[in-house]
Structure formats: C-alpha cells, structure tokens
Design a binder for this molecule. Structure first.
Ligand SMILES: Cc1ncc(COP(=O)(O)O)c(C=O)c1O
Length: 389
C-alpha cells in the first residue's frame, strides 16, 4: 500500500489535505516494500514526494483492440483510455492537472492563467480543474490565421460553460505580453495568480518543476501494471505528441521501470528535430526533479513528423479515414487534431512492417474528442457514406 495524498473540499469550501490509503503497489511492489533497490519501489517513492489533487478518474481502462489488429494484420494492439480520465470530457491533461493544480493550491493561488489555441483541450480541462479546486480560470486563446472568429463550439463552448475568463488573441497578437499583463493586473488587485504554460509542459511562472511530465511518468507505471496483470509484455507505446510533457513522462517512466519499451511520439504539428529536442529537455528535467538514477539520451526520444500533413489542426483525408476505421472496428472515437493523426502513424507503421507479430503495441488515447464538433464539415466531407461500403 502506498499513501496517496489527496485534497478534499470542506463544507466551508476550504481545502484540506489528507491521506488516502491506496492500493497502488502494483506488480510485486507489495512484496518488495522497503526494498530500496527495486526500480518500481524507487520510482513510486519518487512520485509520492509530489502532491496530487484527485481530479482524474484513475486507473483509466487498458483494453485490447482485436478487430483493428486483425484488419491491419500486424502486432497485438492495445489502447490505454486516457480519454476517459473524467474532468469535463477527459483527456491526457487530467493527469497533469492532478499535480499542477495541487501545486497551485499549495501556493495559495486564487486564479490560474494559461494560454493555448482556441480549440484547446488543455484550456478546457484547466478551466474544469481550477473550478473544481475553487480557483478562477483565465484562458488566453490565440486564433490561427485559418480559423474563423472563434464560434462557441467544441472546447470553446465548454470553456464558456465552465465560466472561464476567455481572452481571445488575434493571429500575430502578443500572447506573452497578454499573459504578463493579466498576471500583473491580478496581483495589483491583491490576488495570487498561478501562471502555467500551454499543455503544462514547460516550467516557468508558477510551475517550477516539470509536474506534467512527472504525471505521465506515473501514467506509464499505471499502464505497465495493468499490462502485467493481463499477462501482456508491452513492447511499444505510441501517442500524439505536442507540447511534449506526455512523451517526456512516458520516456522517463519507461527508462525507470521497463527500459525495453519503445515510446513513439507522433507530432501533431511541429517538426521532428524541434519535437525531439523539446521532449529530451523536459525528460532530463523530470529525471532531476524526481531524483531518479537514470539517464535519458537522444536515442530514447523518437518523434515522427511525417504524419503532420499541412500543419497543426489541419484535417486531411488520412486522419478522417483513421478516425472512421477505429470507430467502425472498435467503437472508439478519436479526435481530429491529435489522436486521429497519431492513429495514421500507427496504421502506417504497422503497414510498413515496423512491428513484428509478437509485439504488443499500446496506443495511448490522449482525448480531444470535443474538437470533433467544430470539425464537422471536414469530417463529413471525407467520411465514408454507408453507400460507399
Ligand atoms: C488530445 C491531445 N492529445 C495529445 C496532446 C499532446 O500532449 P502533449 O502536449 O503533452 O505533448 C494534446 C495536447 O495538447 C491533446 O490535447
């Protein structure tokens, strides 16, 4: 048994921190309790030094995708359902926010300021998590050239329902200055703002340690434990990579407790070199913050950028086909910006013989499904109609 710190809201709406006995020991950890050389024990102790707010519903399901695997004809395929974390429709940000917003509360914050694009999953979930812990979310959302004047749809609609203070920045506008001005105004009015970077990935502002990445190192551990109890030896984990802390955390988790597992990031927009450098830097910072005795090098970080297409958030036919194929074979919905793109990578790597038939490949579903709705037109254009089949 390990102790999981938790926050609870008191009747007077204050926050108290307590401890909850949680069965998180996992594969063999119970037997090895106190064994300071067992990698799993060392890892758990490193994670337990960080405070967490129980925003996400964990563990998320770990399931097989047999019909998709049979149709593609390659390795066994599994899916880790981090689209099912809860917190206003779920997604990978919930795990990160457990750690990040616990830090914000510990620092006495009244508001949480972050920035992102107008259809940001991160912004929506930051708004939900902040509300849940009694802080006011302020979202600085920058519109892209090719986006319409932000209609209240998808994530933006949810931001509004959550009562977030949404500030739209036009393309080319100075987002950094806007965030600094809002934080200064908050301080002038006697409040304590917590500024956190897009995706909860880069340290700076209120977040001094790479908490988003620490959260995903722990997410890797959760997945490994589930796979082991199902008798599955994971060989690869593949997922959408953007601001970098999901991949950095997975890499640190794998290096620490299952070094043979290959982590494959599929870029949602940026190029390979920049993505890999960013993930590597966050991963190294995470190793240091957690006090782990592992070394992460360039060979541990793989980001593919050949599935980006025309750019971040721009739909293409391959993405629509991948979304349709997973929906038709497994009844699982992917999103048009991240997981649909990552799935085009998985499908292509299977077809190109990247994996052997004895491999066990996990697709990490990072969420993002509220964005299906604002993409309705592009989706409907390329979705196979019943008469096409
Ligand atoms: C649905 C979804 N998947 C994947 C990612 C990428 O995660 P990260 O930013 O940690 O690389 C994001 C980030 O915005 C996301 O919203």
């Amino acid at each position: 048994m390990n102790a999981l710190r938790f926050f609870a809201r008191t009747a007077s709406a204050g926050l108290v921190i307590g401890t909850l006995a949680a069965c998180g020991g996992g594969a063999g950890a119970g037997d090895l309790e106190g064994d300071t050389t067992d990698p799993m024990t060392v890892f758990d102790e490193a994670v337990d030094r960080f405070e967490r707010a129980p925003l996400s519903h964990l563990p998320t399901p770990f399931e097989e995708m047999p019909t998709l695997a049979a149709e593609l004809g390659g390795p066994r395929l599994f899916i880790k359902r981090d689209d099912q974390t809860g917190l206003a429709f779920g997604g990978n940000k919930a795990r990160k926010l457990d750690f990040i917003l616990a830090d914000a509360v510990a620092k006495g914050s009244d508001s949480v300021i972050t920035w992102a694009g107008v259809q940001s999953n991160w912004a929506r979930m930051t708004a939900a998590g902040s509300r849940r812990l009694g802080m006011d979310p302020i979202l600085v959302l920058q519109r892209r050239e090719d986006q319409e004047v932000a209609p209240a749809d998808g994530n933006l609609l949810l931001d509004r329902i959550l009562g977030a203070d949404v500030r739209i920045i036009e393309p080319g506008g100075d987002r950094e200055a806007a965030v600094a001005d809002i934080a200064a105004a908050e301080r002038e009015s006697g409040r304590t703002p917590y500024v956190v970077s897009v995706g909860g990935s880069l340290t700076g502002g209120g977040m001094v340690l790479p908490l988003g990445s620490v959260a995903y190192a722990n997410g890797f551990r959760e997945m490994l434990e589930q796979a082991r109890s199902a008798g599955v030896t994971i060989t690869h984990v593949i997922h959408a990579s953007g601001s970098g802390s999901t991949q950095a955390g997975l890499v640190v988790g794998a290096k620490s407790i299952a070094p043979d597992v290959e982590i494959i990031g599929i870029s949602s927009g940026g190029n390979k070199a920049a993505g890999e450098a960013n993930v590597l830097a966050i991963a190294r910072e995470t190793v240091e913050a957690m006090g782990l005795d592992v070394e992460v090098g360039p060979d541990d970080v793989v980001v593919h950028d050949e599935y980006v297409g025309e750019g971040y958030g721009i739909l293409n036919q391959g993405v629509v086909e991948a979304i349709a194929q997973v929906a038709r074979t497994e009844g699982i919905l992917l999103d048009p910006v991240y997981t649909g793109k990552a799935m085009t990578g998985l499908i292509d790597l299977v077809k190109n013989g990247h994996f052997s038939e004895t491999d066990a490949v996990v697709f990490l579903h990072t969420g993002g499904t509220p964005a299906l709705f604002p993409y309705r037109e592009g989706l409907l254009e390329d979705l196979p109609r019943p008469t096409d089949e």
